[in-house]
Design a binder for this molecule. Structure first.
Ligand SMILES: [Zn+2]
Length: 110
């Protein structure tokens, strides 16, 4: 009984290690993919090219499943599908867009 438990523990440890490695590699792949998409496209509004200034903004009317900035351990295909629903904006243009939307909404309700 003890021997079986020990083997099971070893197998579980190997599985945990493989899962950890897979998650680490998957996160790195996803991070690289998202950074390269940002760098290639730049800000859709002003052309800002620096990837660290850029964010993914979900286009109006699409169903947002999750925020790409907060994704964890997702399949690459799901990340790509979510990224296709977005435009790339720099932080300033992103804030300006949301402010314009907020003001427009206030005007509608007033
Ligand atoms: Zn911009």
């Amino acid at each position: 009984m003890d021997e079986i438990d020990t083997q099971k523990t070893d197998v579980d440890e190997i599985k945990r290690e493989l899962t950890r490695d897979w998650k680490r590699q998957n996160r790195a792949k996803i991070r690289d993919y998202l950074q390269s998409v940002k760098s290639l496209r730049g800000c859709a509004n002003c052309g800002e090219p620096r990837s660290y200034c850029l964010v993914f903004h979900h286009k109006k009317g699409v169903v947002k499943k999750f925020d790409l900035a907060h994704m964890r351990d997702c399949a690459v295909s799901k990340i790509v599908a979510e990224a296709k629903k977005c435009i790339i904006l720099c932080s300033n243009c992103h804030l300006a867009l949301h402010e314009a939307e907020r003001l427009a909404k206030m005007r509608q309700t007033a």
